[in-house]
Design a binder for this molecule. Structure first.
Ligand SMILES: NC(=O)C1=CN([C@@H]2O[C@H](COP(=O)(O)OP(=O)(O)OC[C@H]3O[C@@H](n4cnc5c(N)ncnc54)[C@H](OP(=O)(O)O)[C@@H]3O)[C@@H](O)[C@H]2O)C=CC1
Ligand SMILES: O=C(O)C1=N[C@H](C(=O)O)C[C@H](O)C1
Length: 236
């Protein structure tokens, strides 16, 4: 067997972090060498060494970081990947313009993949939205996203990415956000004209779809040349 790819998980105590840790344990090609959370209660959990975010600089050697945290935690993981010359896969949404610029700059030194959504279904939806927008000149385009009550950013990263697809097709999307219960993530893209309407919808019912996509991407991104990669570059 090939040597496993050494991964750190940043934001390990969160909803996504917990899904990533559970699913990483099912993949022999991945070895989680550190789980990084804001605070730690034990030094090792299920065989995985735990680090507080203040200890990020001291994590063992790794090939790729997977980051699902919050914008205020993002700069530190990006800096650590740069200093260690390791790949970064990030799904953290709500990044500022300057953080996005730093990510572009880092891609001259390390391989990076940031995606607002790691599901295959949303990748396909994005293509459909661009095609629909191009075919429906002059129609109203509205994007409605629904998420759990704990989500902090709005519109969601996925809504903004779908909006960019619509704009590439020539539409001018408007956004609406709902926060309710434990909704994992739903995105409706609606095109409306006089007397007719098209609705394209994606419903995520389980975070494992995002975690699987990110783990797959990290195992494919580690060891690549510096640059900005897209999820579709690493599929298949
Ligand atoms: N691209 C995609 O496919 C997806 C993206 N997301 C995005 O991933 C991110 C995480 O989502 P989710 O897991 O639901 O969020 P959670 O709030 O459940 O988890 C956030 C994690 O980040 C840590 N954290 C927060 N602030 C800091 C800080 N200042 N320093 C260090 N660590 C910090 C939290 O630690 P603590 O527990 O101590 O607060 C926790 O481990 C969000 O931006 C979300 O939008 C989510 C799902 C899919
Ligand atoms: O915070 C979440 O939960 C999600 N965030 C991502 C986003 O902002 O689009 C992806 C997914 O919808 C879940």
């Amino acid at each position: 067997m090939n040597t496993p790819v050494r991964i750190i998980i940043h934001g390990a105590s969160g909803r996504m972090g917990q899904a990533l840790l559970r699913l990483a344990g099912e993949r022999p090609e991945i070895q989680v060498v550190a789980a990084v959370s804001r605070k730690v209660a034990a030094r090792v959990v299920d065989g995985v060494p735990q680090f507080a975010s203040s200890e990020l600089g001291g994590v063992p050697e790794f090939d790729a970081a997977i980051d699902f945290s919050l914008p205020e935690a993002f700069d530190a993981v990006l800096a650590t990947c740069r200093s260690r010359r390791a790949a970064l896969v990030s799904g953290t949404t709500g990044l500022s313009a300057s953080q996005q610029e730093e990510l572009h700059a880092a891609a001259t030194e390390i391989p990076v993949l940031w995606s607002a959504n790691f599901s295959l279904g949303v990748a396909v939806l994005s293509d459909l939205v661009e095609r629909a927008a191009a075919a429906l000149s002059g129609w109203d385009c509205d994007i409605v996203e629904s998420h759990h009550v704990h989500k902090k950013d709005a519109p969601s990263g996925t809504a903004l990415a779908l909006g960019a697809s619509a704009e590439r097709g020539g539409a001018a999307p408007r956004y609406a956000s709902l926060r309710a219960g434990d909704i994992v993530g739903e995105h409706l893209v609606q095109f409306a004209s006089l007397g007719e309407r098209i609705e394209l919808v994606h419903r995520a019912t389980n975070r494992d779809i995002f975690a699987r996509g990110a783990l797959h991407a990290a195992s494919r991104l580690a060891g690549r040349a510096p640059g900005e990669y897209r999820l579709r570059d690493l599929l298949g």
